[in-house]
Design a protein around this ligand. Structure first.
Ligand code: URA
Ligand code: SF4
Length: 211
C-alpha cells in the first residue's frame, strides 16, 4: 500500500485567501486526526490583525463549536489579553494543529498533545495563514506551537517573554500556553502561571509600541 500523504500540502487551495484556506481545511485528511474529530478548527480573526496568537490544538469545546479558544483555555487567554492591554478585536487566533486529538475515557474525551508527525503535517496550514496575515506581532503559546514555528531545539522555559529574532514577524514572542494555568495544582500556582502569561504578552505589546 502506498504511504499516506501525512501532510496537509495536497489539500491547500490554489487561491490563497483566508476564506479559501478555511474552506479547504474543512476537508483536510493530511494526517490521522481528522477522522475521530468533529471538524477542522481553523483560525479566526480579522485579516489585518496586528497580533496573531498560535496555540496547540483545539480542545473538546473547540472541536464541538468549530472555533479556536472558546473553552476554558480561551477564557484564560481573554483575561490575559485584557490584563496586557491587547484588544481582542485586533487579534487573530489559531492553532499549530487544527483537529482535536483526544483519548476516550468512558464518556469523556481527554485532550492529548499532538505528536511530532501531526505537528509537521498540519504546519502548511499555519504557514499559509501567517503568509496571508503578516502580523506585526506573533505570539507563540506553548511548546507545541514553538516546535512547529521555531524548531524542536527551542527552549520555551529559557526563552519565553523576550523578543526573538525571527523572519516570521517583526515582533515574535513565545510564552506559556494558557492551559498550563488550568493545570496548576492550587490557586497560587495558577496565579503564578497567569502572571507569566500576562507579563510576556506585555513584552510583545511594548516591543511593538517602540518606535
Ligand atoms: N488550546 C489550544 O491550544 N487551542 C484551542 O483552541 C483551545 C485550547
Ligand atoms: Fe489536516 Fe491538520 Fe487536521 Fe491533520 S490535524 S487532518 S493535517 S487539518
Amino acid at each position: 500500500m502506498a504511504d499516506e500523504p501525512f501532510d496537509a500540502t495536497p489539500f491547500l487551495p490554489q487561491r490563497r485567501t483566508l476564506d479559501a484556506l478555511r474552506d479547504a481545511a474543512a476537508g483536510c485528511r493530511g494526517c490521522d486526526l481528522w477522522e475521530p474529530a468533529t471538524q477542522t478548527v481553523f483560525g479566526e480573526g480579522p485579516k489585518d490583525a496586528t497580533f496573531v496568537f498560535v496555540g496547540e490544538v483545539p480542545g473538546d469545546r473547540e472541536d464541538r463549536e468549530g472555533r479556536p479558544f472558546v473553552g476554558p483555555a480561551g477564557r484564560e487567554l481573554d483575561g490575559a489579553l485584557v490584563a496586557a492591554g491587547i484588544d481582542r478585536a485586533e487579534t487573530y487566533v489559531t492553532n499549530a494543529v487544527k483537529h482535536f486529538r483526544f483519548e476516550e475515557r468512558g464518556k469523556r474525551r481527554i485532550h492529548q498533545k499532538p505528536d511530532a508527525k501531526q505537528i509537521k503535517a498540519c504546519r502548511p496550514w499555519l504557514l499559509a495563514e501567517l503568509d496571508l496575515l503578516r502580523p506585526e506581532a506573533l505570539v507563540i503559546l506553548g511548546a507545541t506551537a514553538a516546535k512547529s514555528l521555531l524548531g524542536s531545539s527551542f527552549k520555551l522555559m529559557a526563552e519565553h517573554g523576550r523578543p526573538l529574532d525571527s523572519d516570521l514577524a517583526p515582533v515574535v514572542v513565545a510564552t506559556i500556553h494558557p492551559s498550563s494555568i488550568l493545570r496548576g495544582r492550587d490557586g497560587e500556582s495558577r496565579q503564578a502561571q497567569r502572571d507569566i502569561l500576562v507579563e510576556d504578552l506585555r513584552v510583545a505589546a511594548q516591543t511593538l509600541a517602540k518606535p
